[in-house]
Design a binder for this molecule. Structure first.
Ligand SMILES: [Zn+2]
Length: 240
């Protein structure tokens, strides 16, 4: 029995089912929830997977890009990923894609002053015709339209191909939980939380070696104060 309400992630094609079981719609959060005092067990399939935001953190720079909403033309910012120390990313620039940390970013960015300042829409499970099961995505802060990940990624790729750098997409800094970082081993297990004794069995030796900091590797890059004040400077080539 829950003392407080429980948010659910209900794909749009299952909303009638959730409603029939007693889920209610929160128009502000634009999400279904289990009312307080009600047993959440029947809704287990829609409970979001736990996001590991506890434990040690690393400095991460949050990347976003200015967007015009295709539906309402409102201006806002779509999150596109993180920049972290090379030690925590397979990418030479330390880039981590939005999709691989979207649930953690929802927990860290939704309802913050940063979200307000940059007009970042609510990050949550979204459904579309292409993805009726939904995925955690960006959206317009004004009309809640889904801003699909694929076009956003393409836009970043184009920006980089045109000579742009990740630094110019930085909109702020976060203390990002190591436990929520994607594995750099190419599988889906969490490999960073050394302090969790209830973790899955050890990963193969070769993979473990990869996870260790490389000898002589420079310490994590400390984002400068200027970075934290960085503004979104990339001009958007017209609206879509
Ligand atoms: Zn909109």
């Amino acid at each position: 029995m829950a003392d407080t309400f429980v948010m659910l992630e209900v794909p749009i094609n299952q909303k009638d089912e959730a409603k029939a079981l007693g889920a209610r719609w929160d128009p502000d959060a634009r999400s279904w929830y289990v009312p307080a005092g009600r047993d959440a067990t029947p809704f287990a399939r829609w409970l979001p997977p736990p996001v590991r935001t506890h434990g040690p953190t690393i400095p991460a720079r949050l990347l976003g890009q200015a967007e015009h909403c295709y539906r309402c033309t409102g201006r806002g910012t779509a999150l596109t990923g993180l920049l972290v120390s090379h030690r925590y990313s397979l990418d030479p620039c330390g880039f981590i894609s939005f999709d691989s940390v979207s649930r953690a970013l929802a927990a860290l960015v939704n309802d913050t002053p940063l979200a307000e300042r940059y007009n970042i829409g609510r990050i949550r499970l979204r459904s579309s015709f292409a993805y009726p099961g939904g995925y955690v995505a960006n959206a317009c802060r004004y009309c809640d339209a889904l801003w699909g990940s694929f076009p956003l990624q393409e836009s970043v790729t184009e920006f980089l191909a045109g000579g742009g750098t990740y630094d110019r997409l930085v909109i702020g800094e976060l203390a990002f939980p190591i436990a929520a970082l994607p594995s750099i081993h190419g599988d889906d297990e969490d490999d960073w939380d050394e302090d969790d004794s209830d973790d899955e069995a050890a990963t193969p030796g070769a993979a473990n070696e990869m996870a260790l900091p490389r000898p002589g590797f420079p310490p994590a890059n400390r984002p400068s104060a200027a970075m934290s004040r960085a503004r979104l400077t990339r001009p958007r080539p017209g609206s879509r």
